[in-house]
Design a protein around this ligand. Structure first.
Ligand SMILES: Nc1nc2c(c(=O)[nH]1)N[C@H]1C(S)=C(S)[C@@H](COP(=O)(O)O)O[C@H]1N2
Ligand SMILES: [Mo]
Length: 454
């Protein structure tokens, strides 16, 4: 869709990543006023009746009368002197990309100090989330902590309680690994079919980075942790949210859990826990404790505030499910997705992201008819364990209504559920751990809407 954004007079509509700020406000306002594409059996039945012949129209761009000035005339940048190198400051994206930002969701109460911002998944390529677009979730605001004053302590069931400075941590053997972090509440409002307009708001509490740090097991060994009886650790953050989380020792002894200071080749961003955060691959975001200041080794789960009051799943029988840490296999089509507009019938590259807290993605299937027929998408390399995986598939839109879905399978054989399958097990009153298949309705006018199929 991107290359079609030019002002030859033919194109009025554009995907959300090219909308101006007013355009974005319009999308958000429509969502708030409840004008959401909400369809059930009616559409599916109608779609089934259409024996869609595949139109081969390739949407050949028609050159404007007199030719396209942007190819016929020499632009200023081909004739003048460009700008000199930056001699100070941090490099920034093009000013033409300034609409691509983290945003507050229209599906949540708007607050003056927002505590969640969503990553613009519709505008990202590949699997890495640029650090400046990484989603944020702060229970008590973020801090830019002076690393020379930051300390990390290990105590509890250890031979020698230890306090580390950043320098002491950074001289130890380090590893770098790509992993996704997903808030357990990602896609939460879809439980209630609030149908927020764009993939940024349905799925934008996920990001994927290359993290660098020291395996926590290395630090525990330095402190002489009792790895036989110490079955859990408590991880504690240094901000005022009293963020404490129980981490099972089995995850730590595998070497996967990192005490990280690096993110995408540089130090962590303050919003993401600078100077130190826990990286717990495959586990919900809340356990990735930021501003990490202490780890205590113990022999029982700690039932901390954020484990005994929040981050539990209310089940259909009225009980609460606790310690549901793993982010199960999930995927979403990011283009075309809600708020975007298809310019014309013809060829589109359908692209999206898949991930699993249990390992690698094995397969992603894509449907364009609401789940009746499926085709297997191409998985782009690299396909890494507990990281985002990019998928692509060719599609020729015939100009009629279509419902796009993606369904991921991980290396354990687990298949992402439909809403019907998920609700049969989980009921309707959950907040967390919604990994159901997402549906995007392509309307005849090319507009893409968030819908749920019952
Ligand atoms: N110290 C501390 N750690 C924290 C939080 C917090 O508020 N304080 N929020 C948690 C939650 S709920 C999530 S989803 C992730 C968000 O990480 P991010 O802001 O880097 O995206 O951090 C987790 N770790
Ligand atoms: Mo979270």
């Amino acid at each position: 869709m991107k290359p079609m954004q030019h002002d030859s007079g033919r194109v009025q509509k554009a995907p959300e990543n090219f909308l101006d700020p007013q355009g974005i406000q319009k999308v958000i306002a429509e969502a708030k006023s409840g004008r959401r594409g909400f369809i059930r059996h009616a559409f599916a039945a109608a779609a089934a009746g259409v024996a869609a012949p595949v139109a081969m129209a390739q949407g050949n761009p028609v050159p404007p009368a007199g030719g396209d000035p942007y190819i016929l005339q020499l632009p200023e940048h081909a004739t003048g002197l460009g700008q000199g190198v930056a001699t100070e400051g941090y490099g920034k994206p093009s000013k033409f990309e300034s609409n691509i930002q983290r945003r507050q969701s229209p599906g949540l109460t708007q607050t003056s100090q927002a505590s969640v911002s969503f990553a613009p998944l519709q505008s990202l390529f590949g699997i890495v989330t640029p650090s400046g677009l990484h989603f944020e979730r702060h229970h008590q605001g973020w801090w830019d902590i002076d690393p020379s004053k930051h300390r990390f302590m290990i105590n509890g069931m250890v031979k020698t309680p230890k306090v580390f400075t950043m320098d002491e941590i950074m001289r130890l053997p380090s590893v770098s690994r790509f992993h996704f972090i997903e808030c357990g509440a990602n896609t939460a409002v879809e439980w209630g079919n609030v149908a927020v307009p764009t993939v940024q708001y349905t799925h934008g509490m996920i990001s994927c980075s290359e993290f660098t740090g020291v395996p926590l097991i290395t630090l525990l060994e330095i402190a002489g942790a009792d790895l036989k009886n110490g079955k859990f650790v408590l991880a504690e953050g240094g901000d005022g949210s009293s963020m404490t989380r129980t981490i099972p020792m089995s995850l730590i002894t595998s070497g996967e859990v990192l005490v990280a200071y690096g993110q995408n080749g540089e130090m962590l961003r303050p919003e993401n826990g600078y100077p130190l955060r826990l990286v717990v691959p495959g586990i919900q975001g809340v356990s990735w404790v930021k501003y990490l200041r202490r780890v205590e080794v113990g022999d029982m789960p700690y039932a901390a505030k954020d484990e005994a009051v929040h981050y539990m799943d209310l089940m259909p029988d009225g009980t609460h499910r606790q310690y549901t840490n793993i982010q199960e296999c999930k995927s979403v089509v990011t283009t075309p997705s809600g708020g975007q507009v298809l310019l014309d019938k013809g060829f589109y590259n359908v692209t999206g992201l898949a991930w699993s807290g249990k390992g690698k993605i094995k397969r992603v299937d894509v449907s364009v008819d609401g789940g009746r027929n499926w085709r297997t998408a191409r998985l782009e390399t690299p396909v890494l364990s507990k990281a985002l995986t990019r998928f692509n598939i060719d599609w020729i839109w015939d100009g009629r209504p279509a419902i796009l879905q993606s369904r991921a399978m991980d290396e354990t054989g687990y298949v992402q559920p439909t809403y019907k399958q998920l609700r049969a097990v989980r009921g309707t009153r959950s907040i967390y751990h919604n990994n159901a298949i997402q549906s995007w309705l392509i309307q005849e006018n090319g507009e893409v809407k968030n819908v749920q199929l019952s």
